[in-house]
Write a protein that binds this ligand. Structure first.
Ligand SMILES: NC(=O)C1=CN([C@@H]2O[C@H](COP(=O)(O)OP(=O)(O)OC[C@H]3O[C@@H](n4cnc5c(N)ncnc54)[C@H](OP(=O)(O)O)[C@@H]3O)[C@@H](O)[C@H]2O)C=CC1
Ligand SMILES: O=C(CO)[C@H](O)[C@H](O)COP(=O)(O)O
Length: 497
């Protein structure tokens, strides 16, 4: 009997997603470039409950083993491997069949491929999948975008395979074109932000508060019972409890402080710049990955500044641990709100640019389970956008605005304390600065505009009348201040260039 669906690419994600699909009752054919992974997957399928998985080492036999219209999920390395896999499989696919790329792909590649396969009569979906190994195996969050007609071909499968939350499966048809990949990309940008903010909370608690790994485990464990309840806080609590199997204390202390990355966070920040959307918390978390990479430089710099006395700043503070833990919890929560607000604004900006008509509330809903950023407060983010789909920013949703105001005192204390003792909290600081900038009706941007007009005749607008204005700042200042300088000798005129 023909399989309901096929999956090509049997590394971490593909292998686990294939077993998940089979376990949900959909017979599946699997294929991988290197045959060893095909055997491995089939063996796992047997061992994990005699699941209906059929392995193929020949691409043609693989495609022909699937019921028509054939749907094939591809889960290989993003970029050229996806093109090569499509080229291989498309030879055997027929009009009406559907290719679904489940990788972390650049959305424009999806749009290009969608057009390319259309010539052969094939349908195409770019479906971001989140949840890592565990999620893929037992229920990920999935973000399919492309042709609705294509989504309808796999809707029954993905709805069963996705993580299930109280208001449905964590999958939805995101939108046309590369919308699914774009949304997954921003999900990953938010993931970077969350991880950086959690790391800063850890640093403050450990470096300033002197918490042991045991205390850190207990703190994060407790936090996970409240407003911060989330997958990343949960796994952080676990990490502090894992001993080093090579001896000594906990393993986390032996992990080199250099963060790796595959690219989706960088794309998110590039898109922020492209669309003129401030995503400073997310951008800061990317910068911190760059700075973490400069391990040798940082070690050398720490010696230079220690000799000059900066390394001793920490010794000067005494903190109340309980109060610090409470303040850091509130600072982390408020910072997270800023980060999610930024990510959502980026998605909306893209949606407007591309005419995708994305539903932010529904996106928050499908992130409630299965994915890496799953968190209790996503339900409230969903509600905020359901209440007002045109909400300019999460920050001004009445519920979130109130929460930020309630936490701003603690937030400021944590950031000030960190600055005082020289422990950097760039993500929390960037979030606080974002909040403080966004909530101010008047910024010093008037001075920047005046400077631009002074040196480049770029013109400026006025607060009290319409139109573009230019002032001969230099000439006026020279005349006015030059005269004064001549008489008092106190004032000086700048130069035009
Ligand atoms: N790992 C994770 O936690 C997550 C990964 N993703 C994304 O899912 C996708 C798959 O990720 P993952 O499972 O980690 O696998 P990898 O990204 O490590 O890719 C390995 C797979 O790609 C195949 N491959 C590599 N080059 C080629 C090629 N030129 N032609 C054909 N196949 C090729 C490999 O085949 P072979 O065995 O023959 O080398 C193998 O099946 C990626 O886009 C990734 O970013 C998304 C969410 C989470
Ligand atoms: O997509 C993912 C989770 O959602 C992957 O785990 C991704 O690899 C994470 O990004 P990076 O490797 O850049 O930290």
């Amino acid at each position: 009997m023909a399989s309901r669906i096929g999956l090509a690419g049997l590394a971490v994600m593909g292998q686990n997603l294939a077993l998940n699909i089979a376990e949900k009752g959909f017979p599946i054919s699997v294929y991988n470039r290197s045959p060893a992974k095909v055997e491995e997957t089939v063996e796992r399928a047997k061992a994990e409950g005699d699941l209906p998985v059929r392995g193929f080492k020949d691409a043609g036999e693989f495609v022909r083993s699937i019921q028509r219209p054939r749907c094939v999920i591809i889960l290989v390395k993003a970029g050229a491997p996806v093109d090569q896999t499509i080229e291989l499989l498309a030879q055997f696919m027929e009009k009406g069949d559907c290719v679904i790329d489940g990788g972390n792909e650049w959305y424009e590649n999806t749009e290009r491929r969608m057009e390319a396969v259309k010539a052969k009569g094939l349908l195409y979906l770019g479906m971001g999948v989140s949840g890592g190994e565990e999620g893929a195996r037992h229920g990920p969050s999935m973000m399919p975008g492309g042709a609705l007609e294509a989504y309808k071909l796999i809707e029954d499968v993905v709805k069963k395979v996705a993580a299930q939350v109280e208001d449905g499966p964590c999958v939805t048809f995101v939108g046309p074109g590369g919308a699914g990949n774009f949304v997954k990309m921003v999900h990953n940008g938010i993931e970077y932000g969350d991880m950086e903010l959690i790391a800063e909370a850890y640093d403050v608690l450990k470096s300033v508060g002197g918490l042991s790994n045991k205390e850190l485990h207990e703190t994060f464990f407790e936090w996970n019972k409240g407003e911060l309840e989330s997958f990343l806080v949960e796994i952080t609590a676990d990490i502090f409890a894992v001993p080093d199997d090579k001896g000594g204390s906990e393993l986390v202390d032996k992990v080199l402080d250099k963060t790796g990355m595959k690219g989706t966070g960088k794309w998110t920040v590039q898109q922020g710049a492209e669309l003129s959307v401030a995503i400073s918390t997310i951008a800061t978390s990317l910068d911190l990955r760059f700075l973490s990479g400069l391990k040798d430089e940082r070690v050398a710099a720490s010696k230079v500044f220690k000799e000059l006395g900066v390394g001793d700043l920490l010794k000067k503070v005494k903190v109340d641990k309980k109060e610090l833990i409470d303040n850091v919890r509130k600072a982390l929560y408020a910072s997270k709100i800023c980060s999610y607000a930024q990510g959502m604004n980026l998605i909306r900006a893209k949606s407007i640019e591309k005419g995708w008509n994305l539903n932010l509330g529904e996106l928050a809903r499908i992130w409630k389970g299965g994915c890496i950023i799953r968190a209790k407060f996503l339900d409230r983010i969903k509600q905020a956008y359901d209440r007002n789909p045109k909400l300019a920013s999460l920050l001004i949703d009445p519920e979130f605005a109130k929460e930020m105001v309630e936490r701003q005192g603690s937030w400021r204390k944590v950031v000030s304390l960190a600055i005082e003792v020289g422990v950097s909290t760039p993500g929390m600081s960037a979030s606080l600065a974002y909040f403080d900038t966004y909530r101010r009706g008047r910024l010093p941007a008037n001075l920047v505009q005046a400077q631009r007009d002074y040196f480049g005749s770029h013109t400026y607008e006025r607060t009290d009348m319409n139109g573009a204005f230019h002032t001969e700042w230099y000439k006026i200042a020279k005349k006015l201040l030059g005269e004064k300088a001549a008489t008092t000798g106190e004032l000086h005129v700048g130069s035009k260039e």
